[in-house]
Design a protein around this ligand. Sequence first.
Ligand code: ZN
Length: 206
Amino acid sequence: MRGYPEPVERLLAALERLPGIGRRTAARLAFHLLKASPDETRELAQSLEALVDTVGCCSICWHLTEVQPCRVCSDERRDAGCVLVVEEPRDLLGIEATSLHRGVYHVLTGRIDPLGGVGPSDLTIAALIDRVSDPDRNARRAPVTEVILGLSPTLEGDATALHLSQVLASHDVQVTRLARGLPAGGRLEHASASVLADALLGRGPA
Ligand SMILES: [Zn+2]
């Protein structure tokens, strides 16, 4: 006997390509979907299709969005001159939950990780420099006056922050960094709202 029916094998292969999912987990998920009501499984399929069709990256800040530019970049109540740089959209959401950052964001889509094969050119650093050097490229065409480095206090986060402060040094912009209250080695996305708030309010020169 060969494996499962072809549609099941196809689903298993697709699930196995997801991070953290091995063959056993893929099989558990696939059998759950087979046993679930057709409506439940169709809802999953449709939400995946909607994801592909409607969600992309903001052309200014690289946050996930259904509209261009994203709602943060186009919000007139925010200070578009103050750009908080984060690694991933989930870090942005963590800081948004504190309601303390009234500026905008720039999502790097990762961090410099030489061992993992991620260099500066794999991130959205060039787009950040464009925003800093040309107000037309920034949210609501505002000149950028401050860049806050909101990277995780990990080796990779520190390396990324160092690189960013070096490339931003030749630009007329204040570069600050979240205060060191964040637990060393921890990812920003795991920090509590109160710790993030302290780090943001206590930020200093990078
Ligand atoms: Zn945006």
